[in-house]
Ligand binder design. Structure first.
Ligand code: GLU
Ligand code: ZN
Length: 295
């Protein structure tokens, strides 16, 4: 085996258990990393204690272990990275690249989620306010390995976005960019629900002089009735005794073609098969239909 510079990661949020959609994302990032002889890191995105489900962190890690996944190095927790986030936030604020916003939810109701810049020049202080990053009137774009070219105009389609909430919690967009760079992540493989967060992250990388990773967004898993298979809607936790059938289904959702002879393989054997046969070009770019009740 030759040394590889590939570093991938899986970054679950402990707001609930892992479901089939998260298994598909974990599997894709794992197989892509291992097929490149790369490292695969685990990061717990526990930025939001009020929304954390007690026991979810341990449940996520033990589910991944029982499905055969092995990660490299120590688990990183975002709850232990606040100093790094604060340092960058203060830097952005003191350079005028970010500003304090005191607008209430009610005040912003009629703007369709695109912040109209009301506080841009208000000069509010940093304490007890939300902090927003000033976005340029520019389109950011990148070529996703599965989804192809993706483009978004930050000014018109996103607006100045929150990087620290009023309650002092850091936003996903800031933390994810800092941590991926800090951990040396070269390849981000995750669910397509984050496709439209990527241009914000590209802007932050540019602003902070951080390298831009490659991106691969795997298709979402949609139920036949059109619901996204997610934390909020009827998605069962990954059953421990269903690792083999669910890994087979996850492989197929990623366009890989394990044969019927693998029906009784162990989870570890399936992952090894997946590494040997991994072909990212087979991943469909449209959502995959799955019946969430089958588990
Ligand atoms: N923590 C995010 C989630 O669970 C994923 C972040 C990422 O992969 O960039 O949806
Ligand atoms: Zn405001």
């Amino acid at each position: 085996m030759t040394a590889s510079s590939y570093i991938g990661r899986f970054a679950p949020t402990p707001s609930g258990h892992l479901h089939f959609g998260s298994l598909v994302a974990a599997l894709a990032s794992y197989l892509d990393a291992r097929a490149s002889n790369g490292r695969w890191l685990m990061r717990m995105e526990d930025l939001d204690p009020p929304r954390e489900e007690p026991g979810a962190q341990a449940a996520i890690l033990s589910a991944l272990e029982s499905y055969g996944f092995e990660w490299d190095g120590e688990l990183v927790r975002q709850s232990e990275r606040h100093d790094a986030y604060a340092e960058v936030l203060n830097r952005l604020f003191s350079h005028g690249l970010a500003y304090a916003c005191t607008c209430s939810r009610k005040q912003l109701e009629s703007y369709n989620g695109i912040y109209p810049g009301l506080c841009r020049n208000a000069g509010h202080g940093l304490e007890d306010t939300a902090i927003r990053l000033r976005v340029p009137e520019l389109a950011y774009h990148f070529t996703d390995r599965v989804q192809g070219e993706f483009r978004q105009h930050l000014g018109r389609e996103v607006g100045d976005f929150v990087i620290r909430r009023r309650d002092g919690l850091y936003a996903y967009q800031l933390a994810v960019v800092l941590d991926d760079a800090w951990q040396g992540v070269t390849d981000i493989v995750r669910g397509a629900d984050l496709l439209d967060s990527t241009p914000r992250q590209l802007y932050l990388q540019e602003l902070l002089g951080l390298p831009q990773p490659r991106y691969l967004h795997v298709p979402l898993i949609i139920q036949p009735d059109g619901h996204k298979l997610g934390k909020s809607y009827r998605s069962p936790p990954l059953a421990r005794d269903q690792a083999t059938p669910l890994l087979l289904r996850a492989l197929r959702a990623l366009g890989q073609q394990p044969g019927v002879e693998l029906s009784y393989a162990s989870p570890r054997e399936l992952l090894d098969w997946g590494i040997r046969h991994w072909n990212a070009a087979m991943i469909p770019h449209t959502p995959t239909l799955e019946d969430a009740q089958l588990h």
